[in-house]
Design a protein around this ligand. Sequence first.
Ligand code: ZN
Length: 282
Amino acid sequence: MRIIIILLISGYLYPQRNDSQAAFYNIGSKAIIGGVGALINKKSDEKGSKVFLKGMYQGALGGYLTFESKRLVRQFHRTDNYAYLWPSKILNSAGNSIIYNAASNRNFWERWHMDFGFNYLEYDFKREKKLRYRILPFALYGNAYGFATSKFHFKRTLYSGHFIFKSINPQEFNELETYGSALFNTIQFKRNINIDIEAVIAHEIIHVYQYTSAFFINAYLKEPIKRLEENSNFFKQYNKVFYTDLNAPLNGGLYNIQTLFRVNYYDLLQEKEADYYSSNHF
Ligand SMILES: [Zn+2]
């Protein structure tokens, strides 16, 4: 666990002041995540150095795609054109799928996944039952929270591929003086003030991508999860319906640790990254 947190933080520590630095951060951190994950999932007859290198270059490829997906969010922010968002989401899912495959010590093309709100779709070229659908419990909580506290924005959700809500309660965001929030992959924006809604959404999508970028954690925990399944019938049944998005507490924990250390809001690593692509504080 400790190594995963260090890996996640080390990725963020690299400054993202221009696109080459941002690309370097995305590629470099995911190369390490891919390499280390591949080693964790190494088969006994495989050579460590070879497995590590394969994981690294596949991770780098995935990292590059996620970088481009964030650049498309920036294009959306600059143009207010929603046509950028689905391609961005598909690119992001492809990149994270490749990183996941890398960290699982698989070929980069074997398994593809995509999240849409609480829905998790997986397509595996090597599996007999290729398509698999499961529910993401943390994302489900985020969606339910959205429905309970705010108004579902159907059109924006359809156009963006992200569950988007308009907050009913004007008090909601006042404490932080922010105009939006992202709870896992649920986005909320404040109503009836003069804000650039697209700028808020662009910023929050980067936060959603921080959630999706940590899906690899399940590849790191593949063995313990398998053992749990073997020992517990309940867990086996549970895993047929749910896919625990452990990336949610991982990403949230990283955010909260910084708050504990009294890091200034705009200096939070995740906020800095979101600001970089949406050039705004939200
Ligand atoms: Zn933010």
